[in-house]
Design a protein around this ligand. Structure first.
Ligand SMILES: [Zn+2]
Length: 166
């Protein structure tokens, strides 16, 4: 739960908040192929903007997704940077931003996850999707059996003859 007590926010100032949400706020059904793979971490600043509570910062959570191409499970980190959550102040002193945050995190999940996009932005962490790539033969393709290789001229046969002599 991400609950902020607005009485802790200094007037004309910000309240720095940093931590991790234990427990699964995603609330996805267990049969869903998308599952959280760790806690949601946040580093943000809460402030009061007119009649709203503003929480702005970075929110991040790893998820376990299934690649739509090769069906392999893989980890993808949702990262919201410079993200703002806004909630009306109303009469409450403690404001629960969990639902708002959950919605934004789930919206940031890829609709068509590919296992070569882990969300980290780190090219070193990039893996190759085994189902990606082009399976058609290209111009460099040559049959292995020389009897089927009609494009290469008699030079090929000459080279083969030399090999036999050796
Ligand atoms: Zn894949």
């Amino acid at each position: 739960m991400l609950v902020i007590d607005i009485r802790n926010i200094p007037e004309d100032g910000v309240l720095p908040l940093e931590g991790a949400l234990d427990g699964d706020i995603a609330g996805l059904p267990p049969e869903d192929p998308v599952q959280p793979a760790g806690p949601l971490t946040y580093k943000a600043e809460a402030s009061l903007v007119s009649d709203n509570l503003l929480l702005r910062g970075e929110f991040s959570q790893p998820f376990r997704l299934q690649c739509v191409r090769c069906l392999a499970p893989f980890e993808h980190r949702v990262r919201l940077v410079g993200h703002s959550l806004l909630a009306p102040l109303e009469a409450a002193t403690r404001i629960d931003l969990t639902d708002t945050l959950r919605e934004d995190i789930l919206l940031a999940l890829p609709s068509f996850p590919h296992c070569d996009e882990d969300g980290s932005g780190d090219p070193q962490a990039r893996r190759e999707c085994p189902a990606s790539g082009d399976f058609s033969t290209d111009d460099s393709f040559r049959p292995l059996d020389p009897e089927q290789d009609e494009d290469d001229g008699p030079d090929t046969w000459g080279a083969l003859d030399n090999l036999k002599l050796d």
